[in-house]
Design a protein around this ligand. Structure first.
Ligand code: BG6
Length: 469
């Protein structure tokens, strides 16, 4: 696909994706209470790259106007960010007026710059006191999320057109509960599925609240609601065994079909639920849950895509923690890697997802809600203007993904736009500022100064002409 010039439809939108906790900073201002990232930072800063914890984001609060003007100058018509639950709501689960004022200002600043704000509600950022009450393993937290969502819709319902309930709802079950990589470092497959089930209920309750408020005129009539997930396509070896295909079924089932069935049918995939039960993993279902899940169908979908999954039959059925294992990694000998992040670069995955959508969910519109390449410290040369010369790696990455999107659209995919992740460098969880994604540098040595990189010229041309060269 490389080196061919392609044109994307004129109504295809370009923009950027970011999140509240990774950009805003101001961690104790505007009435914000402690969230789970602050707890982890306070507990052990050494877990964060260069000991940079959750406190400052990329200092967007002080750069708000400049940042939206930068996004607009890149040709971006929309930017997705998230409201921080711990900023909008107080410790009693009530609206925090200072937090609300903060977000009214953020959205107004975006609009003044000519950028449409897309708003997500949850981006891995639970208030700390709710984790102490059981986190996603607790029904009380599901209810608290529904209250938070309802409060946000009521507060911003006349302002915001594009809403999302969750970003990547599969990630916390995996990172926090199953693989123990994120605080509180749990290694329990069953608890991960309990969290996944409760997040699914929380999503459906939020969609229900959105529809009710829209019917009551409190949410604007043209507003839409969706879900964003990393629907990473799973592949296996050539000439797979039945066991390899089983590994694909369960990987796809837990990571992708679980959410796709929820948002299109309002159900969970029965084959996955049955296989989990056969292996002793039971979801904490209650009477009435099916009716709640049934309300989870959305208006459209966001697809975050960075890398494919390659899996094969596992060597062992159970891991060292006693957890059932359904698949293990398959190392594809031809894989091209982004060594900084340890992720395979496989632009065709975006096309394969599009093909699956067109075949299995033909009515659902979607957009690429995140894509990007994070390179350690962006250690390229600088040009005479002091700009990082990242064009040689960032441009081909984006170009190849856009080329596959263009082809998918030609073949009927309902892909409506593309948001680049972290278009201005931002804080990346425990990797902090290690891997830089931006078209614009954030210079930590000079008070978070914003400096466009070489690639910014290229993306501006693409976003304004829709010609990908
Ligand atoms: C997505 C998340 O998974 O990938 C972002 O929605 C995240 O929050 C992005 O920052 C890039 O991943 P990372 O781990 O390199 O920051």
């Amino acid at each position: 696909m490389a080196n061919q010039s392609v044109t994307l439809p004129q109504d295809f939108f370009f923009g950027a994706a970011l999140s509240g906790p990774q950009t805003e900073g101001a961690w104790q201002s505007f009435g914000k209470i402690e969230n789970i990232w602050d707890t982890w930072s306070n507990l052990n800063l050494g877990d964060f790259h260069n000991r940079v914890g959750s406190y400052a984001g990329n200092d967007m609060t002080r750069h708000m106007q400049e940042d939206f003007e930068l996004f607009a100058s890149l040709g971006f018509a929309s930017v997705r960010t998230s409201i921080q639950w711990a900023r909008l709501m107080d410790a009693d689960g009530k609206l925090n007026p200072e937090g609300a004022a903060y977000y009214h200002k953020l959205f107004a600043t975006a609009r003044e710059a000519g950028v449409e704000p897309f708003v997500n509600l949850y981006h891995f950022d639970m208030p700390a006191y709710l984790l102490r009450r059981g986190g996603w393993e607790s029904r009380e937290v599901v209810e608290a999320y529904a209250t938070y969502a309802t409060t946000a819709f009521a507060e911003f319902g006349q302002e915001i057109e594009h809403w999302f309930t969750f970003n990547e709802p599969i990630v916390e079950p995996e990172q926090r509960y199953e693989h123990g990589r994120w605080y509180p470092f749990i290694h329990d497959f069953g608890r991960a599925r309990i969290a996944q089930y409760h997040i699914s209920l929380a999503h459906a309750l939020a969609v229900d609240a959105f529809r009710n408020l829209q019917a009551a005129g409190m949410v604007r009539a043209d507003a839409r609601i969706g879900l964003i997930n990393c629907f990473t396509p799973p592949y296996t070896r050539d000439n797979p065994s039945a066991a390899d295909l089983e590994a694909v079924r369960m990987t796809d089932g837990i990571n992708n079909r679980w959410w796709l069935d929820l948002v299109t049918e309002g159900t969970l995939p029965q084959d996955v639920v049955d296989t989990l039960a056969e292996r002793g993993v039971h979801l904490p279902t209650r009477a009435g849950d099916e009716q709640i899940l049934a309300r989870g169908t959305v208006d459209w979908l966001g697809f975050n895509y960075y890398h494919p999954a390659r899996v094969q039959a596992p060597e062992h059925d159970v891991d060292e923690h006693g957890n059932p294992v359904f698949a293990q990694e398959y190392v594809w000998p031809d894989a091209v890697m982004n060594e900084s992040r340890g992720w395979e670069i496989y632009p065709k995955g975006i096309y394969d997802f599009a093909t699956t959508m067109t075949r299995d969910y033909p009515d659902l519109e979607w957009f690429v809600s995140e894509n990007g390449i994070g390179i350690e410290e962006d250690r390229a040369e600088r040009d005479e203007q002091g700009r990082i010369c990242d064009g040689a790696y960032r441009v081909p990455f984006v170009r190849d993904h856009l080329a596959w999107i263009a082809r998918a659209i030609d073949e009927g995919a309902k892909c409506r736009g593309y948001h680049y992740w972290g278009a201005i460098d931002c804080w990346s969880w425990n990797n902090a500022f290690k891997n830089r994604y931006g078209f614009v540098e954030v210079d930590l040595a000079h008070d978070y100064k914003r400096v466009p990189k070489e690639s910014s010229d290229w993306i501006r041309r693409v976003a304004t002409t829709h010609v990908v060269e």
